[in-house]
Design a protein around this ligand. Structure first.
Ligand code: ADP
Ligand code: MG
Ligand code: MG
Length: 867
C-alpha cells in the first residue's frame, strides 16, 4: 500500500488520505500555483503508527525515495555542505485544527549546513536566524522542552542590547543564542542536539504523529465532534524564506472579511518574518493593503491567486503565503473559518456572484450560526452609561459581560461557582482552549485578527477582542492595567466583539435585529422546504417577532397565557370558583370581551394565515390565589364568606394536577368555558373578516384521550360557530382538531380522525406521558442519566424517535387511513429542534411550530432536510 504521495500525485478530493493541508497543497500544485515542492505522508501511516509506535520499513523507504526526488527537482541536497535542502514538517489533519498540531520549520540545519546556507545566500544573519528558530521549534515540538527556556534567552539578550524586536538581533547575537539553545537542549536531554538531518526528519514525523493524541488536540476534537481515529497526515515541503530581510516576509489573508463577510481581501503580513511570527503577535503585523505599496507586483499576483482560489473552491479562502526576495509562494489554502454573520453574507454574495447555487448556500449555513445571529447585544441604555476603557480589534462578534480571569484554570473554577467569566490574557495559546470554551468572551492585549485567540473564538462563535494594546495585562500578577487603574481577578468587564470596545462593569443585553441578508436566506429556505414553519405565540410582540421571521401561521396560541394579566386574573378566578353556571355567567361575559380583544388583534396581524388557538388547558389551581389578601378580595367579589371560598379552593386541589382536571376534561365538566372561548374566537373572526381581512381560525382541543371526549366538545363548539356564522350570514373557513399529547389518543388516532380535521402533536406532554418523566422534575435525574450514558439527549429537547416518535408515526398512519385530508403538525419544543425536524419531514407532516426565536433555525433546518 502506498503511504507517501508527492504533491503532484494528489487532489483536493483526497482529504481523508492526505489531510486538508496536503490535499490542498496538491491541488494548488496542479493548478500551477507557486507552491514549494514536497510530499505528503498519508493518514494511513499515522493510524499504523498509533498501533505500532514506530515507522514501518516500507514507510521509511518511501520517504527516502520521495526525498531523493525532492533533492533532484530542487537541485539541493539534504545535509549538503554547499547547497543544503531545508524542509518544513507540517501536520495536516482531515479537518483543520488551528494551532492544535505542530509544525517544524528549517529542518535540515546543523552546524555545517548553517554555514553553507550562510555562504550560499551571502546572508549569515538569515542563516542563524533560521537555525535558532529550528532548534527552538524542534526542542519544543519534538522533545517537549519548555518553550519559555528559549524565549528567556532571547528576551534577556534583547534587553541587554536594548532591542525591541527580534529583527534587531545581529548575526553575532543569533550565533550566541544558537549556542545557548544547544546548551539548553543538552542540559535538558543529556545529549547533543541531533545533527543528522535524516534523524531530525524521522523524529519530527514521529512527533507529528504523536501530537494527534496530545490533550489539547483531543479537547478540540471533542468540542467539534471530530473522530479521534482519523489520524493526521504529515507534509514535508521545501522551505522558502520570509526572513531573509526586508524584501521578504510572510502573511495570512482571507479572500473576504471573516468577521463581517465584506467582499474585500482581508489579512496581515510581516516583513522579514517566518511562519508563526504573524500569528504569535510579537510584532504587530501590517494590514494586507500595505503590501500594495511595499511590493506592488507581489500584491497584484497575490490578488490574482486569491481570486482564482476562491472561484476554484467556491468559498472564502484562508491563504498562507511567504515572499522570498520578492518572489511569492503560497503555502496553504483552506475554506476560512468565519463568524455567523460572515457565513451568511459570504454564502449569499457567492450566490449573487453566480459562484454557487442557492441550495449550496442553504447547506453552508448551520442552524447554530442562525442562532448566533440572533444573539443579544448590549442594550442601548446600558451602552449610554457604560465607561469605555479601551478599543481592540473586533476579532469575533457578540457581547459578553463577566468577571475577568487571567488563567484558563481560574475560569474553570469560577464557572463551577456559577460565575460568568471573561478570559483575559496577553495572548492565548492552545493550552487555553478549555478556558475559552467556558468563558463568555475573550480579551487579549497582543495579536492580530488572525491570532490564536481570534481564530479559535470565531470558530466557537464566541465574542473576542484581540490586540487591545493599550491594556497592560500581567498574567502572573493577575492584573489588568489601563492608565493608572488596576483591575484584578473577579472585577467586571464587558466586551463588544463587533466593535472591539472594552467597557468597565456589567452591561445589560438586548435582542438584535436582523438585516437584509438574513431575510433573503429565510426566503430561500421557504423556496426549498416542504415542512412549513409556524410559531407558538400568544402575545402581540411574539406574533410580531414571528411575522418578522416570515412564519406560515400560528401553530399554538395558548389562551390561558392571556389570563394571567393583572386586570384579568380576578375574572378568571371568579370563573373558576363559581359554584354553578349561573354564578359563572358574569365572569365569563367579562372574559368573553377580553378574549375578543386578543383574538381580533391576532387575526388582524396574521392576515389570513392559519391561527391555531388552543382552548383552556392547564389545571385550574394554577390560577388560584395564594396570598391571604388575594383570597379575601376574591371572596368579596363573589359575595361569599372567607370560609366558603377557602372551601372551594381546597376542593380544587389535586394530588397530581398534571394528570388531573385539565384540558378537555374542563371542557366536559364546565362546557360553558369552552363555549365562551369558541364564541370569542368566532365573533372576532367575523369582525375581522368584516373589516376585509382574511381569517383562518383553527380551534384545538387539548388533552384528548378518546374519540368520545373529542366528539362531546366538538359538537358543542361546532354548533356555536355555525350559529354565529348563520346569524351574520357569512361563511368563514375554519377547522377543529385535537392536540395529540396522550398516548391513548395516538393509539386510537383512527377513531379520533373520523371527527378531527387536524392533529397537532404536543411533544412535551406526549414525551412526559410516554416516558413517564415528569416535565417539572427531570432536573433531579436527567443530569445523571446523561453523565452515566443512560440517555443521550434530553427527550424534552430532542424528540425520542424510537418511543415518542413511534407513537407519532402510528397516529399519523392511522389518522391518514381514515381521513386522507387530515392536517398533521407538531407544536412542542421538538418542533424547533433541528435534529428532530428531519424526522418530522420524513413523516410527511405539514408543519412544525416553535417559539418565535427558534423559527429562523427551524426554517433553515426544514430547507436543509428537503435538499
Ligand atoms: P498550521 O497548521 O498551524 O497553520 P502550518 O503547517 O501551516 O501550521 O505552518 C505554519 C506556518 O509555517 C505557515 O503558515 C508558513 O508561514 C510556515 N511554513 C510552513 N511550511 C513552510 C515552508 N515550506 N516554507 C516557508 N514557510 C513555511
Ligand atoms: Mg497553516
Ligand atoms: Mg399539553
Amino acid at each position: 500500500e502506498k503511504l507517501v504521495y508527492a504533491f503532484n500525485e494528489g487532489t483536493k478530493e483526497m482529504k481523508e488520505l492526505l489531510g486538508g493541508k496536503g490535499a490542498n497543497l496538491a491541488e494548488m500544485s496542479s493548478l500551477g500555483l507557486p507552491v514549494p515542492n514536497g510530499f505528503t505522508i498519508s493518514t494511513t501511516a499515522c493510524k499504523h503508527y498509533q498501533v505500532h509506535k514506530e515507522l514501518s520499513e516500507n514507510l521509511l523507504l518511501e520517504i527516502k525515495n520521495k526525498l531523493e526526488e525532492l533533492e533532484k527537482v530542487s537541485g539541493k541536497r539534504f545535509g549538503d555542505e554547499y547547497n543544503p535542502l531545508l524542509v518544513s514538517v507540517r501536520s495536516g489533519a482531515v479537518f483543520s485544527m488551528p494551532g492544535m498540531m505542530d509544525t517544524i520549520l528549517n529542518l535540515g540545519l546543523n552546524d555545517f549546513t548553517v554555514k553553507a546556507l550562510s555562504q550560499s545566500t551571502n546572508n549569515p544573519r538569515f542563516a542563524y536566524d533560521s537555525y535558532r528558530r529550528f532548534i527552538q521549534m524542534f526542542a519544543d515540538v519534538v522533545m517537549n522542552i519548555p518553550r519559555h527556556k528559549f524565549e528567556d534567552v532571547l528576551e534577556t539578550r534583547k534587553k541587554q542590547k536594548g532591542y525591541t524586536f527580534d529583527t534587531d538581533l545581529t548575526t553575532e547575537d543569533l550565533q550566541y543564542i544558537v549556542d545557548q539553545f544547544k546548551y539548553i537542549y543538552k542540559t535538558e536531554k543529556g545529549s547533543d542536539f541531533p545533527a543528522n538531518p535524516q534523524d531530525q526528519l524521522i523524529m519530527a514525523v514521529e512527533a507529528v504523529f504523536s501530537s494527534w493524541d496530545n490533550p489539547r488536540a483531543k479537547i478540540y476534537r471533542d468540542l467539534h465532534n471530530i473522530s479521534h481515529t482519523l489520524g493526521t497526515a504529515v507534509n514535508i515541503q521545501e522551505m522558502v524564506f520570509g526572513n531573509t530581510g526586508n524584501t521578504s516576509g510572510t502573511g495570512v489573508a482571507f479572500t473576504r472579511n471573516p468577521s463581517t463577510g465584506e467582499p474585500a481581501l482581508f489579512g496581515e503580513f510581516l516583513l522579514n518574518a517566518q511562519g508563526e511570527d504573524v500569528v504569535a503577535g510579537i510584532r504587530t503585523p501590517e494590514p494586507i493593503n500595505r503590501l500594495q505599496e511595499i511590493m506592488p507586483l507581489v500584491y497584484e499576483e497575490f490578488v490574482k491567486i486569491a481570486n482564482l482560489l476562491e472561484n476554484h473552491y467556491g468559498d472564502m479562502q484562508d491563504i498562507e503565503f511567504t515572499v522570498e526576495n520578492g518572489q511569492l509562494f503560497i503555502l496553504q489554502t483552506r475554506n476560512g473559518k468565519r463568524t455567523a454573520q460572515a457565513a451568511l453574507q459570504v454564502a449569499i454574495d457567492l450566490v449573487h456572484e453566480k459562484v454557487i447555487a442557492k441550495e449550496e448556500a442553504i447547506k453552508r449555513i448551520s442552524t447554530q450560526q442562525i442562532d448566533q445571529l440572533l444573539h443579544p447585544t448590549f442594550s442601548k441604555k446600558g451602552l449610554e452609561q457604560a465607561i469605555l476603557i479601551a478599543t481592540g480589534l473586533p476579532a469575533s462578534p457578540g457581547a459578553a459581560s463577566g468577571k475577568i480571569y487571567f488563567h484558563a484554570a481560574d475560569v474553570l473554577q469560577a464557572k463551577e461557582r456559577g460565575e460568568n467569566c471573561l478570559l483575559v490574557r496577553a495572548e492565548t495559546s492552545p493550552e487555553d482552549i478549555e478556558g475559552m470554551i467556558f468563558s463568555e468572551g475573550i480579551l487579549t492585549s497582543r495579536g492580530g485578527m488572525t491570532s490564536h485567540a481570534a481564530v479559535v473564538a470565531r470558530g466557537m462563535g464566541k465574542c473576542c477582542i484581540a490586540g487591545c494594546s493599550s491594556l497592560y495585562i500581567d498574567e502572573e500578577k493577575r492584573e489588568l492595567i489601563y492608565g493608572k487603574t488596576v483591575l484584578r481577578e473577579g472585577d467586571f468587564l464587558s466586551l463588544d466583539g463587533s466593535t472591539g470596545n472594552v467597557f468597565l462593569g456589567e452591561i445589560s443585553l438586548e435582542q438584535t435585529t436582523t438585516g437584509s441578508y438574513f431575510t433573503e436566506l429565510m426566503n430561500w429556505a421557504d423556496e426549498f422546504s416542504v415542512l412549513q414553519v409556524r410559531a407558538n405565540a400568544d402575545t402581540k410582540s411574539d406574533v410580531q417577532t414571528a411575522l418578522n421571521f416570515g412564519v406560515a401561521g400560528i401553530g399554538l396560541c395558548r389562551t390561558e397565557h392571556m389570563f394571567f394579566e393583572e386586570t384579568r386574573i380576578s375574572a378568571v378566578r371568579q370563573m373558576i370558583l363559581s359554584s354553578d353556571e349561573q354564578e359563572r355567567q358574569e365572569p365569563l361575559n367579562t372574559l368573553l370581551e377580553m378574549q375578543k380583544e386578543d383574538f381580533i388583534q391576532l387575526f388582524q396581524l396574521m392576515k389570513g394565515k392559519p391561527v391555531t388557538i388552543r382552548l383552556l388547558d392547564p389545571p385550574l389551581h394554577e390560577f388560584l390565589p395564594k396570598k391571604e389578601e388575594e383570597i379575601k378580595k376574591l371572596a368579596q367579589e363573589l359575595h361569599i364568606s372567607l370560609a366558603e371560598i377557602k372551601n372551594r379552593i381546597s376542593y380544587l386541589e389535586e394530588v397530581n394536577p398534571m394528570l388531573g382536571h385539565r384540558g378537555c376534561r374542563l371542557g366536559i365538566t364546565f362546557p360553558d368555558i369552552y363555549e365562551m372561548q369558541t364564541r370569542a374566537i368566532t365573533e372576532s373572526a367575523v369582525s375581522v373578516y368584516q373589516q376585509g381581512i382574511a381569517v383562518m381560525p383553527e380551534i384545538m382541543v387539548p388533552f384528548i384521550g378518546s374519540k368520545e371526549e373529542y366528539t362531546f366538545i366538538k359538537e358543542r363548539i361546532t354548533k356555536i360557530i355555525d350559529d354565529i356564522l348563520i346569524e351574520n350570514n357569512i361563511s368563514i373557513p375554519y377547522k377543529i382538531g385535537t392536540m395529540m399529547e396522550i398516548p391513548r389518543a395516538c393509539l386510537t388516532a383512527d377513531e379520533i380522525a373520523e371527527e378531527a380535521e387536524f392533529f397537532s402533536f404536543g411533544t412535551n406532554d406526549l414525551t412526559q406521558m410516554t416516558y413517564g418523566f415528569s416535565r417539572d422534575d427531570t432536573d433531579k435525574f436527567l443530569f445523571d442519566y446523561k453523565a452515566k450514558n443512560v440517555l443521550k439527549n434530553d427527550p424534552f429537547q430532542t424528540l425520542d424517535q424510537s418511543g415518542v416518535g413511534e407513537l407519532i408515526k402510528i397516529a399519523s398512519y392511522k389518522g391518514r387511513k381514515v381521513n386522507s385530508a387530515i392536517k398533521l403538525g407538531v407544536c412542542g419544543e421538538a418542533g424547533g429542534d433541528p435534529d428532530s425536524i428531519r424526522f418530522f419531514h420524513e413523516l410527511g407532516l405539514s408543519y412544525i411550530s416553535c417559539s418565535p426565536f427558534r423559527v429562523p433555525a427551524a426554517k433553515l433546518a426544514a430547507a436543509q432536510v428537503a435538499l
